[in-house]
Design a protein around this ligand. Structure first.
Ligand SMILES: CC(C)(COP(=O)(O)OP(=O)(O)OC[C@H]1O[C@@H](n2cnc3c(N)ncnc32)[C@H](O)[C@@H]1OP(=O)(O)O)[C@@H](O)C(=O)NCCC(=O)NCCS
Length: 201
């Protein structure tokens, strides 16, 4: 079991090399693996979210607990955590999006993403989810799943467009369950994708 876990992690991270993305409004963004150093910047991203965005992502309009922020940048052994940054005028970098998945059992990875309000609608969310999908496939899980608030039309539209099946949770009508099942053929195809296969939309 230990070997399996180590194998999953190695394959996951070998796919997560930095990528440069040209955004619709012209900015150049960098996708990279998140780390403990990003905790403060991700806290800032979360604190800056509108009430709606915060609610859609964390199901709360209040302060997001430190333990949750920690999980956004430091996933468990089999998971992946990513951030997207853009350059700031002072030569630094601002985290404008975050996404991650955790492997909840040997077959399933559970994911979530968030994009800063000012940076929404430029293709970042879709690309981030596509990247998580690629990494989860490479990690060898059979499916990627997420809980989405039923009123989150944008997220559900993106996920359906990416091939997820989205159905209302029979036990909680406020939630939809989004699931993408991977076939063996998909995993082989993903493993052979070249680095930087994302093109500008
Ligand atoms: C949901 C979210 C991740 C999407 O990221 P994004 O960068 O804004 O989305 P993208 O720009 O990649 O894609 C937007 C797409 O949604 C579509 N869209 C926008 N609003 C929509 C709506 N109300 N209904 C249906 N589709 C909608 C757009 O047409 C666009 O499609 P296009 O690329 O074909 O033009 C982002 O808006 C976000 O962080 N929201 C708050 C947190 C959240 O909901 N997280 C998900 C929790 S499960």
């Amino acid at each position: 079991m230990v070997e399996v876990r180590e194998g999953l992690q190695a394959r996951t991270w070998s796919q997560a090399s930095n990528e440069q993305w040209a955004l619709r409004r012209g900015a150049q963004a960098t996708l990279r693996r998140a780390g403990a150093d990003d905790e403060a910047a991700v806290r800032e991203l979360v604190e800056g979210l509108s009430r709606d965005s915060r609610y859609f992502r964390f199901l709360t309009g209040g302060r997001v607990a430190d333990s949750i922020i920690e999980g956004l940048v430091r996933p468990d052994a089999d998971g992946a955590a990513l951030v997207v940054t853009v350059p700031t005028v002072d030569g630094g970098a601002e985290v404008v999006a975050n996404g991650q998945f955790v492997v909840t059992d040997r077959d399933t990875a559970e994911f979530a993403v968030v994009v800063a309000d000012d940076w929404q609608g430029q293709g970042l969310g879709r690309r981030l989810i596509t990247k998580l999908q690629q990494l989860a496939q490479a990690a060898g899980v059979r499916r990627l799943r997420g809980d989405v608030l039923s009123e989150n039309r944008r997220m559900l539209a993106i996920l359906r467009g990416l091939g997820f099946s989205c159905r209302r949770n029979p036990e909680d009508s406020f939630l939809h369950e989004a699931t993408l099942a991977f076939g063996a053929a998909d995993a082989d195809a993903t493993a052979s994708l070249p680095a930087g296969w994302f093109g500008a939309r």
